[in-house]
Design a protein around this ligand. Structure first.
Ligand SMILES: *Cc1c(COP(=O)(O)O)cnc(C)c1O
Length: 471
C-alpha cells in the first residue's frame, strides 16, 4: 500500500513512512493511493470476532508489507490489552433504534486511546528497528495530549512535546498530561486556543532544517495511522448490528474531522454507511461549511465540550480531496486561498458530493446540558458533554427504522465533572485510572504563542538534538 499527499507535491510513501512522517512535506495530508475493498462476506465474518481479530483484518491492507500479520496482531493485542472493557468498544442501546458506541474504556478515558495506544507501539517498533530517535510534537484540545502521554511516556527512543491551550481544557484533562513525571514527556501550556497550538505545529513542521534536526513526527489526526485505527470500530459496530445486511448511520462529535473521516474511509472500503452526521458545538465551522459551501473560521468560543473547540478542521482537507475527484491541484488552490484570505468556497458539485453522505448539526450549550439531563432521566446513562452534542445532533436526524443510528461516545463523563454536575446535579463516578492523575503533582512549562519560543524549548530538551542528529 502506497500513500499520496492531498497536495500532490510530496513523495509517495509506504505505511511506515506515513506513520513516522505525519504531515506531508508539501503541507498536505497522506491518504491511501487506492481504497482497499472488503467484501460483504468479510464484513459479515467480523461479527463474533474479538476486537483484536477484527482490527487485524481491517488494518492489514493499510499496513501492507511493512509488518507481518503475526507481529501486527501481537501489537494490536498489546495495544487493546490496556482497555478495561473486554469488548474494547462496546455498544449500548439507548432507544429502539439508537445506540451508543462507547470509546472511552482506554487508559485516558477518551476515544483517542484507541488509535494512540497502537501508534505508540508501532512508532517504538519502527525506531527500535532503525536504531533512531524521534521527537513528537502534538497540539491538543485536551484528549490527544493525555492519550499521547500515556502511549509514549518513558519510551527510550521518543521525546514527546504537547502544546495545550492554557485554561481552555478541563482540569482532569490537564492533569492527565502533567502528572506523568516521565523524563521524556514535556507538556507546554500555550497562551491561545487549540487552533493557535495546531498552527504552531504546522509552522514548526514547515521548518525543514528543524524538522530534520530533531526527526519531528506527528501524532495528531493528520497522521494517517490514527485514522486507520479509528476505522476499526465503525466496522465492528456495524457488523454487530447486522452489516452488511443493514446500512448504518453514525453521528460523530467532531472537532478536527479525524474521527468522522475514519467513518468515511470505512465507507469507501465497502461498509454500507447511509449517513455520517457531523455534530458540532458552538464552534460550528463544519456545520456552516456543509450548509453553504463556505469554509470560514470564526473566533473560537469556549464550551463545555473543549475537545471540539476548534475552528480549523485539518482532516477536512482529506474529504475535499475526495470530493473534487482527487484533484491535488484543486486542493492546493483552495488551501492557498485559505492561507491568503482565511476562507474558501467549495464548488457546487464538491458540496453536493459531500452532502450525499454527510449532514451536520450545531448544538449550543443549553441544548447540550438539556440533552445530558434528558438521557440521564430516560436511560440512567451519563453522557459526557461531547457525547451529548452527538446525541442532540442525532435527534435532529429523521427517524429511519431501517438503519440503526450509532452515536460515538467519545469521552467518559468523569473527565468533565463540572459540566455533569451542572446538568444532572450529580457527580459521575471517578474510575481508578483517573483518580491517580487527579491527585498527582503537576509539572509543565508555559510559553507564549510564538513558534521561536517553542522551537528553542524543543531544541534544548529533545535528546536527539543534544546528540547532534542521529543517535
Ligand atoms: C478529539 C475529540 C473529539 C473530536 O474528534 P476529531 O477527530 O477531532 O473530530 C470529540 N470528542 C472528544 C471527547 C475528543 O477527545
Amino acid at each position: 500500500m502506497r500513500y499520496i499527499s492531498t497536495r500532490g507535491q510530496a513523495p509517495s510513501l509506504d505505511f511506515e513512512g506515513v506513520l513516522m512522517t505525519g504531515l506531508a512535506r508539501d503541507g498536505g495530508l497522506y491518504v491511501p493511493e487506492q481504497w482497499p475493498t472488503f467484501k460483504p462476506a468479510e464484513i459479515e465474518r467480523l461479527a463474533g470476532q474479538t476486537y483484536v481479530q477484527a482490527a487485524t483484518t481491517i488494518m492489514q491492507p493499510f499496513v501492507g508489507d511493512c509488518l507481518g500479520q503475526a507481529e501486527f496482531s501481537q501489537l494490536i493485542q498489546k495495544a487493546y490489552g490496556t482497555f478495561v472493557h473486554p469488548a474494547v468498544a462496546p455498544l449500548v442501546q439507548l432507544g429502539p433504534n439508537l445506540w451508543l458506541l462507547e470509546l472511552f474504556h482506554g487508559p485516558t478515558l477518551a476515544f483517542k486511546d484507541l488509535a494512540m495506544q497502537l501508534l505508540g507501539l508501532l512508532m517504538d517498533r519502527s525506531l527500535q528497528r532503525s536504531g533512531q530517535r524521534a521527537t513528537i510534537l502534538a497540539a491538543t484540545s485536551g484528549d490527544t495530549g493525555a492519550a499521547a502521554v500515556e502511549a509514549f511516556k518513558n519510551r527510550e527512543a521518543i521525546d514527546l512535546f504537547v502544546l495545550f491551550p492554557d485554561g481552555r481544557i478541563s482540569p482532569a484533562q490537564r492533569r492527565q498530561m502533567t502528572t506523568s513525571h516521565a523524563p521524556n514527556v514535556h507538556p507546554i501550556a500555550v497562551k491561545g486556543t487549540f487552533d493557535d497550538c495546531q498552527a504552531l505545529v504546522k509552522t514548526l513542521f514547515g521548518d525543514e532544517a528543524f524538522r530534520d534536526a530533531v526527526q519531528l513526527s506527528a501524532v495528531n489526526s493528520i497522521n494517517w495511522a490514527r485514522i486507520m485505527a479509528q476505522m476499526v470500530y465503525y466496522f465492528t459496530a456495524a457488523a454487530a448490528l447486522g452489516a452488511p445486511h443493514r446500512t448504518m448511520r453514525f453521528t460523530v462529535p467532531t472537532g478536527n474531522f479525524g474521527d468522522i473521516f475514519a467513518g468515511y474511509a470505512a465507507m469507501r472500503c465497502g461498509l454500507a454507511v447511509k449517513r455520517l452526521t457531523v455534530a458540532t458545538n458552538a464552534n460550528d465551522i463544519l456545520a456552516r461549511a456543509l450548509a453553504t459551501g463556505r469554509y470560514e473560521p470564526r473566533a473560537v468560543v469556549p464550551t463545555a465540550s473543549p475537545s471540539m473547540d476548534i475552528q480549523v478542521s485539518s482532516n477536512f482537507e482529506r474529504l475535499i480531496f475526495e470530493a473534487c475527484g482527487r484533484d491535488s491541484g484543486r486542493v492546493r488552490a483552495l488551501m492557498a486561498e485559505f492561507a491568503a484570505k482565511g476562507a474558501f468556497t467549495l464548488a457546487a458539485s464538491e458540496l453536493a458530493s459531500i452532502n450525499s453522505v454527510f449532514s451536520a448539526h450545531r448544538v449550543d450549550e443549553a441544548e447540550t446540558a438539556r440533552t445530558i439531563a434528558r438521557i440521564y432521566r430516560d436511560t440512567g446513562t451519563m453522557a459526557d458533554p461531547h457525547t451529548a452534542v452527538g446525541l442532540a445532533a442525532a435527534a435532529k436526524e429523521e427517524d429511519d427504522p431501517s438503519s440503526p443510528m450509532i452515536v460515538l461516545a467519545t469521552a467518559h463523563p468523569a473527565k468533565f465533572p463540572a459540566a455533569m454536575e451542572k446538568a444532572v446535579a450529580r457527580l459521575p463516578e471517578v474510575p481508578e485510572r483517573l483518580q491517580k492523575a487527579l491527585s498527582g503533582e503537576e509539572q509543565y512549562a508555559a510559553l507564549d504563542g510564538k513558534a521561536e519560543a517553542v522551537r528553542r524549548f524543543i531544541v534544548e530538551r529533545a535528546r536527539i538534538a543534544q546528540q547532534g542528529g542521529r543517535s
